[in-house]
Design a protein around this ligand. Structure first.
Ligand SMILES: [Zn+2]
Ligand SMILES: [Zn+2]
Length: 158
């Protein structure tokens, strides 16, 4: 118990110290951050530790997922116009990148190829079509939730 208290104290002290240092040297640090040397160094560092950085980011995301989702949802609610604009841009980019996918999705929609229930959880709401083969228009009907989970690679394979 004693150890944790001193540890906490030490951490707090370090934080304060770093804050003070940063406030005092802010301008210097900003200039330093933009230097070629530092950028070069960061590039090399990122390359060298690519895997551990990715692993760290992945773990951070998993740990903070609920917080991130909440934050994103709040942002979407607070900025509906900006959000709609971003969505339109995204759709455009997607259309440009994967025209055959968009065509296939439209085909499914127009031909009512979708089932009435999710093939995973039997939900009847927010149904989407997940393509396993765009060329031959094969796939399965999933609800939005299961579809999201599938693309996150969390569950089942179709
Ligand atoms: Zn899909
Ligand atoms: Zn489902």
């Amino acid at each position: 118990m004693k150890d944790t208290i001193t540890n906490e104290k030490r951490k707090k002290y370090m934080r304060e110290y770093m804050k003070k240092w940063y406030n005092k040297n802010r301008d210097k640090y900003k200039i330093y951050r933009e230097t070629k040397e530092r950028k070069e160094y960061m590039k090399i560092y990122a390359k060298k530790h690519k895997e551990s950085i990715q692993e760290y980011k992945r773990k951070w995301h998993i740990k903070n997922r609920d917080k991130i989702i909440k934050k994103v949802n709040k942002w979407e609610k607070d900025n509906p116009e900006r959000y709609a604009q971003l969505n339109r841009k995204k759709a455009k980019r997607y259309q440009k990148k994967y025209p055959e996918r968009v065509k296939a999705s439209n085909y499914v929609y127009n031909n009512k190829q979708r089932d009435d229930t999710c093939s995973q959880c039997s939900s009847t709401e927010n149904l989407e079509f997940h393509h396993t083969d765009y060329e031959n228009n094969k796939g399965t009907t999933l609800c939005r939730n299961c579809h999201k989970q599938l693309h996150r690679g969390e569950v089942f394979a179709v």
